[in-house]
Design a protein around this ligand. Structure first.
Ligand code: SF4
Length: 333
């Protein structure tokens, strides 16, 4: 094993092919070489206070997808952030070493504040501190990230450096492990695939639902008639063929350019490719979904294993910060 990996994802419910190609398949691969800790970050989801009534359902559906995709609870620790509450205590302690200016300059904070001016809460500005606590509570050395998340990880590294400088070497500086999967665009062909934009294709959709979704995809806007030559390089359907019909992409591009292929048949072929690729996943998911209590068992076991590591880290941090006395040790740990 090369070390410990940590990654967290918000409970967005059923996962889509953008989640799979961008993150989950990488999570699965990392299990071969690393001790992996994967967490559904439900506390982070509260920063917007939207859809909280669906939180538990979303966690359940998301974990079903993770398990069906190949995350293995025997090899990896799979759990829900709030089930290991030490993370909130560490968040408070790390907030003492984090200058406010570091947090208010974060681009995503500014963007969120612009998007929800009615709810610029403390959780929103403290989000990078909680994210740092997520990683360092488990002393993870490696964090798989896309390029867009690099500034967040750099901030986590800054917080770690400051803590280690003030209280002595405690946490490893987490290193980014860049995923090389490009951005997966949604059915609108413009924006990143996302549930909130309703441009996604769910992994667990039925073959017919998948076909319907793919048929609604935007293609080359310059191609108004079947006889118009197409431009596959601007068409997201063609980009998706790279993942689901990789041996066909050159032929598809050629037939698109000389208009011997229509968009309807092109989408049909993509839908078939997606359905073929996802069939084993869907079969596994259906089996797991029939086992009552299985997801809850996996999460309880994951939380209990995470709890052991978290307790030890927090004990060390509190001791270094001068918090543990004989009296408090007995009463808080
Ligand atoms: S034929 Fe295929 S690649 Fe060409 S524009 Fe239509 S959907 Fe896109």
């Amino acid at each position: 094993m090369k070390g410990r990996v940590f990654s967290g994802a918000r409970p967005t419910g059923r996962q889509h092919i953008g989640n799979y190609l961008g993150a989950i398949q990488n999570y699965v691969k990392l299990q071969e070489d690393y001790e992996c800790i994967y967490c559904i970050v439900d506390i982070h989801a509260l920063t917007t206070l939207e859809g909280t009534e669906k939180l538990q359902e979303n966690i359940h559906e998301m974990m079903l997808d993770w398990l069906a995709a190949g995350l293995d609870p025997q090899r990896s620790i799979l759990f829900v952030q709030s089930h290991v509450p030490q993370v909130m205590e560490l968040h408070t302690l790390l907030s003492m070493v984090t200058p406010l200016g570091w947090l208010t300059r974060v681009a995503t904070f500014k963007e969120k504040a612009r998007m929800q001016p009615h709810n610029i809460n403390y959780g929103l500005v403290g989000y990078p501190v909680l994210m740092t606590a997520d990683i360092v509570l488990y002393k993870a050395e490696t964090v798989p990230v896309g390029e867009d998340q690099l500034p967040h990880l750099e901030l986590a590294r800054e917080i770690v450096r400051r803590f280690n400088y003030l209280f002595g070497p405690t946490f490893p500086e987490p290193e980014a492990k860049l995923t090389n999967t490009p951005l997966i665009l949604g059915l609108d062909g413009v924006n990143k695939m996302s549930k909130s934009l309703n441009n996604e294709i769910e992994l667990a959709a039925s073959p017919e639902e998948t076909r319907e979704r793919v048929m609604s995809a935007f293609t080359d806007p310059a191609r108004k008639y079947r006889s118009d030559p197409g431009h596959p390089e601007v068409c997201n359907v063609w980009r998706l063929h790279h993942y689901f019909n990789p041996d066909e992409v050159d032929r598809i591009a050629e037939e698109c350019r000389d208009a011997t292929r229509g968009c309807v048949e092109c989408k049909e072929q993509l839908a078939e490719g997606i359905n073929r690729a996802l069939q084993p996943f869907r079969e596994r998911r259906a089996i797991i979904a029939t086992k009552p209590g299985y997801v809850a068992e996996v999460l309880a076991d994951g939380a209990s294993r995470a709890h052991v590591i978290a307790t030890e880290t927090l004990r060390e941090v509190k001791e270094k910060m001068g918090l543990i006395s004989n009296y408090s040790e007995g009463s808080t740990m």
